[in-house]
Design a protein around this ligand. Structure first.
Ligand code: TYD
Length: 212
């Protein structure tokens, strides 16, 4: 048993939280043992690093510090939670993973290729078996976020539109580079329409999972 590692990616306001809930329910319904987690975070140490990164008062944080903190939180998350669960044969479902760092720090902050090198150290080379990318152009995504009255914008969400556009370009580049792993889902429609597409992708992969 080697388990299965699924990640969900998307720009801010892509409806990721709703679709994650739908995915968890669907996978459990199929009788799979699912471990749900998120980045940055997922373990006590990684969650402490998360609070540090997202704190809106930390305006002095450099791009390099930010990249290293995301990677540090990931190293802990992989070692303490993702790998053990995967080795126990479970389906691990993570809200974000390395692709977020490539898009946000690599493209958004302009740190480029070094993000992938640093993250290879953090993950020990672990890669998702499947990634669902919820595709929403940043103009639509940020407008959705701003409409959520209760929502407190974190440090990254407060960035300018040019930053979010660069992040989005990063995701599109990743989709182009790794079409086998990353499944791009048009997330501009209703939650039901979006989940219909996700379900099709999961079904295509679950067939293999259930046969083991
Ligand atoms: P979160 O509250 O989880 O936002 P979301 O609901 O959009 O996932 O905050 C995570 C923020 O951190 C989000 O703006 C994306 C960003 N991020 C990075 O910049 N790099 C990373 O490696 C990760 C995992 C997240």
């Amino acid at each position: 048993m080697t388990g299965y590692f699924i990640t969900v990616e998307g720009s801010d306001g892509s409806g990721k939280s709703t679709q994650l809930q739908n995915m968890i329910a669907y996978l459990q319904q199929r009788g799979l043992d699912v471990v749900v987690t998120r980045e940055p975070g997922g373990t006590p140490v990684a969650e402490a690093i998360r609070a540090l990164i997202l704190d809106p008062s930390h305006t002095a944080m450099t791009a390099e510090t930010e990249m290293l903190l995301y990677a540090a939180s990931r190293a802990q998350h992989v070692a303490e939670k993702i790998l053990p669960a995967k080795q126990a044969g479970k389906v691990v479902l993570s809200d974000r993973f390395v692709d977020s760092s490539i898009a946000y720090q690599g493209y958004g902050r302009g740190l480029g290729d070094m993000v992938a090198w640093v993250n290879d150290i953090a993950t020990g080379g672990l890669r998702p078996d499947l990634t669902i990318f919820l595709d929403v152009p940043p103009e639509i995504g940020m407008a959705r976020k701003q409409r959520e009255v209760q929502h407190q914008m974190d440090r990254l969400e407060q960035e300018e539109m040019a930053f979010h556009q660069a992040v989005y370009a990063g995701y599109l580049a990743l989709c182009k580079a790794e079409p086998e792993r990353i499944c791009r889902v048009d997330a501009t429609g209703t939650a039901e329409e979006v989940f219909e597409q996700i379900q099709k992708t999961l079904d295509a992969h679950l067939g293999f999972l259930e046969k083991r």
